[in-house]
Design a binder for this molecule. Structure first.
Ligand code: ATP
Ligand code: MG
Length: 784
């Protein structure tokens, strides 16, 4: 009788076990979504360690995101228990390259200059700024030679490991003749700054390995086993990097799915999969076919869609999971209605109103968008209804340091009692107020029973401090007092006031080059405002953006409320959050319930992808749709809107052509709420009673409802007689639960407050903590 497999191997199917146990020589695991590629890869690492084939330090595992690396580490930790000490090198191509480069930085250079191990890594913004400077330095017109385009060009070269000296003939002349020369200038400039950009991380490693065989050999000897997840998305540079490292021992295991290749626009080459067998002769190719993630319906819908792509390697996928729900499809009037509906659905699922699913934790639900600008509608809506969410991989503008600092100034100006704001900025910029000075202010404030700003005023008046600190504190206290008066004065707009605050407080100056000693404005003229460095320039631009954002609000107070709501991440008692992320960011992840909004032609498939890359672009978009659907374990819902605001303009849109490609028998079409009750009125209310806007909206609406896609959808809906309520939620006759403006209410967290406004089921309540928009059902009458 065969021995029982080790516990960590139990439960794997035969193909997975082969992938885990074939340790020596090249292995390519080629399989569809959810077939357990990542799981097999992780188990393989554990197996290598448990079998004593390698020490942790001899294993190199490459994942696509840092998050995936962390998850893999956790998994391995659990599989291993206490048996092995240390961890393999596990991370993204970039993070591993950084580690390698820091050890050999000095070997990267141009003969005169070389990197130092402390090099900094520029982000895209820094990169663009630097390129702008170089373009300007050549006296080129920025409009004709846009830095972004150059950045794209250079990234492309770096993805192919082409240093300035290695550009193929003809390519240097790109960018209207300036490409090669500006690329060289950029690389030189980076060296002077002791900096690298993202593309350099890989390219420098490869050039290092190529130029220094001894160093390469050291790393080859070290990493005896190499594993790569999401192999279909490697670019040429990454491929070269891997090949160099694995060429000696050839113990390399790559897993991937050609149908999930979604980074072609960043230089990824599906062709790498095909080349694998050529570069590593004798490679074992293992195919996994059983999907463990999704219901048969989800799988069938995804497979039906991707079948429209040509040139696929082709894979069989099956599941023995129980039948589930069909993929759901629904259209909405606009992106706000879409966000509103999804918000309601999420709440219904959470509350267990969908019996088939049972209560679903917010952590188990995700909204996957094509473009990050789609996130705003969801963030705004979820904020309004108090639905906790997290944006994964998105820009968290309001959490940046300089934005928080500036906001603290605004808060203190609006509410002089805001002690947290006071503490944050009293010594930012440096005013020579150390811990002791702050303590004095705190003590005085406590003794007098006043806030810190008022405490500081007393400290200044009674001269509890000495020296420069006292003078600076006086300026600060006086400044805040002055701005506070300005804030209540109509003579100056809040936007102007914001600029004034940031300027007069010395905050902006913190990021500027100071004038040299002895500079006399009267004699020498005004000292020009130049950012201290690239980082400071970025911060200054963010501050500008902040001031611009203020224009959308009537006053500082209104803006602060808005931001407080955006930032109010802890309003959730259970700690659960819905995830919002891009489709690209969702690769490799899985969620029981997935929403896929914005399936409209132009948005998804993305117009630019199609314009720039034709059929190739369209096929990549389709793979992205495949990735999206296959993230779902139990229920996937596709939605689209008839109108969407793109770049400040309302546009009517057509349902995505991908919708037509879904196999009908696996799709349930839900009734768009816009066609039944409430929708039209809501839409008009949305247009804000502005007749012109109403006309425009009506026209747009007619357009959409006349579109072939919409008609088809309606026809399908009629056929299936699916015009029925979608969820078990009963609509309250009075969504505001009987509250009126002026009522006193109580909230578990914010305490007592007063209703200042009502919009549908949402109350705007003034609590001690400030204004909050809260669902009527979350509060009760005060004193109850
Ligand atoms: P993707 O292509 O989306 O990255 P994948 O092929 O990497 O998917 P995994 O994420 O490894 O798939 O696995 C999908 C799900 O199936 C996970 O929840 C995993 O735990 C589960 N799974 C994998 N193999 C098995 C198995 N043999 N038995 C039960 N569940 C499994
Ligand atoms: Mg995976």
């Amino acid at each position: 009788m065969a021995a029982r497999p080790a516990p960590y191997l139990e439960g794997l199917n035969a193909a997975q076990r082969a992938a885990v146990e074939t340790l020596d020589g090249p292995v390519l695991m080629l399989a569809g979504a959810g077939t357990g590629k990542t799981r097999a890869l992780t188990t393989r690492i554990a197996h290598l360690l448990i079998q004593g084939k390698a020490w942790p330090g001899q294993i190199l595992a490459v994942t696509f995101t840092n998050k995936a690396a962390r998850e893999m580490k956790d998994r391995i930790g659990r599989l291993l228990g206490e048996t092995v000490e240390g961890m393999p090198w596990l991370g993204t191509f970039h993070s591993i390259s950084v580690k390698i480069l820091r050890r050999h930085a000095e070997l990267i250079g141009n003969g005169e200059l070389h990197l130092k191990p402390s090099f900094t890594i520029l982000d895209t913004d820094d990169q663009i700024r630097l390129l702008k400077q170089l373009i300007k330095a050549e006296n080129l017109d920025e409009k004709r030679w846009p830095a972004r385009q150059l950045a794209h060009l250079i990234d492309g070269w770096k993805n192919r490991c082409l240093t300035p000296g290695r550009l193929p003939k003809g390519e240097e002349a790109a960018f209207d003749g300036w490409g090669g020369r500006l690329y060289q200038a950029y690389q030189d400039r980076l060296l002077t700054l002791n900096a690298v950009d993202f593309g350099d991380l890989l390219m420098h490693c490869v050039t290092l390995f190529q130029a220094h065989p001894d160093i390469l050999k050291g790393w080859q000897d070290r990493f005896r086993y190499i594993l790569v997840d999401e192999y279909q998305d490697t670019n040429v540079a990454q491929y070269m990097w891997l090949r160099l490292l694995a060429q000696a021992h050839k113990n390399i295991c790559c897993v991937g799915d050609d149908d999930q290749s979604i980074y072609g626009w960043r230089g990824a080459e599906v062709g790498n999969i095909l080349r694998f067998e050529k570069d590593f002769p004798g490679a074992q190719v293992i195919r996994l076919e059983q999907n463990y993630r999704s219901t048969p319906e989800i799988l069938a819908a995804a497979s039906g869609l991707i079948a429209a792509n040509s040139g696929r390697l082709g894979k069989t996928l099956w599941t023995d999971a129980e039948a589930g729900e069909k993929l759901r499809l629904i259209g909405h009037w606009d992106s706000e209605a879409e966000a509103r509906w999804i918000g309601e659905e999420i709440e219904a699922f959470q509350g267990g109103h969908r019996a088939a699913l049972g209560p679903v934790s917010l952590n188990d639900m995700a909204i996957l968008v094509r473009a990050s600008h789609q996130m705003r509608a969801f963030e705004d809506r979820f904020m309004t209804i108090g639905l906790p969410y997290r944006v994964i991989g998105g820009p968290r503008f309001y959490e940046r340091q300089e934005i928080r600092d500036a906001m603290a100034y605004f808060r203190l100006v609006v509410s002089p009692d805001d002690d947290l704001a006071f503490e944050r900025i009293v010594n930012t910029p440096k005013r020579g107020l150390g811990d002791k000075a702050i303590q004095t202010i705190q003590t005085v404030a406590r003794q007098n029973g006043v806030g810190l700003l008022e405490g500081a005023r007393i400290v200044v008046e009674d001269k509890h401090l000495g020296g420069k600190g006292l003078a600076n504190l006086r300026d600060f206290v006086n400044g805040v007092g002055r701005w506070h008066v300005d804030a209540t004065d109509d003579a100056i707009s809040h936007v102007e006031l914001a600029e004034r605050i940031l300027d007069e407080s010395g905050y902006i100056a913190m990021y500027l080059k100071p004038p040299p000693d002895g500079w006399d404005e009267d004699r020498d003229g005004e000292w020009p405002a130049i950012a201290k460095d690239v980082e400071a320039e970025g911060r200054l631009e963010n501050l500008k953006e902040l001031v611009k954002a203020l224009e959308d609000f009537d006053n500082l107070q209104g803006f602060l409320e808005h931001v407080a709501l955006v930032m109010d991440r802890d309003s959730d008692e259970s700690g659960e959050q819905v995830s919002i992320m891009t489709l690209h960011g969702a690769k490799g992840l899985e969620f029981p319930v997935v929403f896929l909004p914005g399936w409209e032609d132009g948005l998804f498939p993305n117009q630019r992808a199609m314009d720039e890359n034709g059929t190739k672009g369209l096929e990549e978009e389709r793979r992205l749709a495949y990735v999206g659907i296959t993230r779902a374990e139990r229920l996937a819902t596709i939605t689209f809107a008839g109108n969407r605001r793109l770049y400040g303009q309302w546009q009517s849109s057509m349902p995505s052509r991908f919708i037509d490609e879904l196999p009908e028998q696996h799709v349930e079409v839900l009734t768009p709420p816009g066609l039944y009750g409430g929708g039209y009125g809501a839409a008009m209310a949305h247009a804000g009673g502005n007749p012109a806007a109403q006309m425009q909206d009506r026209a747009a609406r007619a357009d959409v409802y006349n579109s072939p896609g919409w008609k088809r959808m309606q026809a399908r809906a009629a056929e299936r007689k699916t015009a029925m309520p979608r969820t078990g939620v009963t609509i309250d006759a009075d969504p505001a639960a009987g509250f009126k403006v002026g009522d006193r209410v109580n909230h578990a967290k914010f305490g007592d407050g007063q209703v200042m406004g009502i919009a549908e089921d949402t109350l705007t309540v003034q609590f001690d903590a400030g204004f909050k928009n809260i669902k009527a059902s979350y509060v009760r009458p005060a004193g109850d």
